[in-house]
Design a protein around this ligand. Structure first.
Ligand code: ZN
Length: 257
């Protein structure tokens, strides 16, 4: 499996933008943001409000959005005639020459919006929503925010690697999965933390993509990873050993050509 970086890279933040708009309209009965700047690393949205939200309200926005993210609500797409859509979504932002059939993107019953962008499959793929700062001036509340997303972090590492744009999410198993290793699978949070801990002293940045385990006298973990070592980028195998007492040690890091 190879990931299409350009397509997936902005879908978490863009879907989070839908959630922010929906939350703002629910809490403040204001229009969706008409001036938004959404990038992978940092985003800002402007809302027309009578007054600046209180610190408690700002926290509530963040909490509410993260609740919806945790619920793993499916993001679905349907097509409907403009006349019908006007009862479902706010069409005031729509350009006049928009087609008669609209693409309506729904996030469960939380949000519906006419949109042609790329979205995540369900809200849990967004990551964590975080408000960075905000200010209020002349009836416009500007909020700066980001999402913290494992996949996005990975993309940022890869996106500055001109000679290797694509991340190989699944390792070449036939050459490496000999022995009693399990199939490679997505690492759990604990396994990601384990890799971070054990490779902490390494010069290079290592991002785990998948992991398999092998029962020995203890347990071997074999992680398939992206690494960034100065100007050198690529994939590598990281093997970590857990002994019967539960102590972890780094066995090897092998860069893959
Ligand atoms: Zn959208």
């Amino acid at each position: 499996m190879e990931l299409d970086i350009k397509r997936v890279s902005k879908s978490p933040v863009h879907t989070a933008e839908h959630l922010l708009n929906a939350t703002m309209t629910k809490m403040f009965a204001c229009p969706r943001s008409r001036n938004a700047h959404v990038e992978r690393k940092k985003c800002k949205c402007d809302y027309s409000l009578a007054e600046c939200p209180t610190p408690e309200q700002v926290t509530e926005i963040e909490v509410k959005i993260n609740e919806v993210i945790k619920e793993a609500i499916p993001v679905t797409v349907e097509f409907m005639p403009k006349a019908e859509a006007s009862s479902v979504v706010d069409l005031s932002k729509l350009p006049e020459d928009a087609s008669d059939t609209l693409r309506i993107v729904r996030i469960g019953s939380y949000d519906a919006c006419a949109c042609i962008g790329a979205h995540v499959g369900n809200t849990s793929e967004i990551g964590e929503f975080k408000i960075l700062s905000h200010d209020f001036k002349d009836g416009v509340w500007r909020v700066r925010w980001k999402v913290i997303n494992f996949l996005l972090a990975l993309i940022m590492i890869t996106s500055c690697a001109p000679r290797s744009e694509r991340v190989i999410a699944t390792p070449p198993q036939e050459r490496h999965m000999t022995g009693a290793y399990t199939d490679q699978r997505e690492p759990s949070e604990e396994e990601v933390a384990l890799l971070r801990n054990v490779t902490d002293g390494q010069e290079m940045a290592i991002t785990p993509l998948s992991v398999s385990t092998q029962v020995v006298a203890g347990l071997n973990y074999k992680f398939w990873c992206r690494y960034q070592d100065g100007s050198d980028y690529g994939h590598c195998w990281v093997v970590i050993y857990r002994d019967l007492q539960g102590n972890f040690s780094l066995t090897s890091i092998t860069k893959e050509e």
